[in-house]
Design a binder for this molecule. Structure first.
Ligand code: PDD
Length: 295
């Protein structure tokens, strides 16, 4: 889908380089164990959107993994700005990765050296308009979401194998993406997005305790809905609730608000993107414009 040739600038521990030179040790624990945390942010008109929220979540993820850093958020902001300056694109994708560092081949994190900090910035190509116009189809995967008592999905760690397996499952069924259930059979989230259902004019999304990443787009949409008189509730839902919904949509930093019009190859509601989804996407886009105007 995406061109591999999009302009990209990387910083590794403060050293700026193009993607061809961007390499990290095979002894890095991020590579060996997925022992890392990350964030995905995007810019609109050159401004990293909700950067502070993403940095807060990065720190939250690290603290949940007992990964301490000998630097502060300002160091990261500086790296991000240097990369963006070099990249010189209005709309950029930013990935910040912090690993526990490199060390000998042993699990004990005490042996890890200093953290490796990687910032990848790349031109952001807008998503296909058809996704928003026609909606996308998802499947309910038989790959279960990890329990909050395992690696809590509310930690954005470098280990996404659970989500990768669900994504593979979706692709095998020619679907756009998958939604995972938890061990109690409740809906959690998609592989890189949060999921929402609309029934009788009210929007529902699973609660944190269902086992989800607390999406920053999700949080924003919850606030915008409440402010604008759309009823919202965080509630446990079953696969049947999704199948029988009037509308469904997904949210994420890179996707914003995408209508979901089919689940398991059957139409959701009318099978067309619904009015509440459209309204929430419009509110989200207006909010982006307001934020840009403020900065
Ligand atoms: N994914 N759930 C999961 C598992 C995610 O990986 C993401 C984000 C979200 C949505 O979070 P936010 O609204 O803060 O982007 C929910 C990013 C975009 C990614 O890994 O590419």
């Amino acid at each position: 889908m995406e061109s591999p040739d999009l302009p990209t600038v990387v910083s590794i521990n403060g050293k700026i380089m193009f993607k061809e030179e961007a390499k990290i040790s095979v002894f890095d624990r991020g590579f060996l164990y997925g022992d890392s945390v990350y964030e995905v942010i995007r810019t609109y008109e050159g401004i990293p959107f909700l950067l502070q929220e993403h940095l807060n979540r990065l720190w939250h993820s690290a603290s949940k993994l007992e990964m301490g850093f000998p630097f502060d958020q300002n160091n990261i902001v500086k790296e991000v700005n240097t990369c963006l300056g070099e990249l010189g694109k209005e709309n950029a994708y930013i990935r910040i990765i912090i690993t526990r560092g490199q060390g000998p081949l042993q699990l004990d994190p005490v042996s890890a050296g200093s953290n490796n900090i990687v910032v990848i910035t790349r031109e952001f190509k807008e998503n296909p308009k058809e996704w928003y116009k026609n909606g996308v189809n998802i499947i309910i995967s038989n790959v279960e979401r990890t329990s909050i008592r395992a690696i809590d999905p509310n930690i954005k760690s470098g280990n996404y194998l659970n989500n990768i397996m669900a994504f593979i499952h979706a692709k095998k069924q020619h679907a756009f993406d998958a939604v995972m259930l938890n061990s109690q059979g409740y809906i959690t989230e998609g592989t890189t997005h949060n999921i929402w259902v609309v029934k009788k004019g009210k929007a529902y999304t699973p609660p944190l305790h269902a086992g989800i990443l607390e999406g920053i787009t999700r949080k924003t949409v919850l606030v915008l809905a409440k402010k604008n008189g759309i009823e919202v509730e965080q509630k446990n839902m079953t696969a049947e609730d999704l199948i029988n919904a009037d509308e469904c949509f997904m949210t994420s930093t890179t996707k914003e608000v995408i209508p979901v019009t089919q689940v398991n190859n059957a139409p959701i509601g009318t099978g067309e993107p619904g009015p509440i989804t459209a309204k929430l996407h419009k509110l989200y886009q207006d909010f982006i414009q307001q934020q840009i105007a403020l900065s």
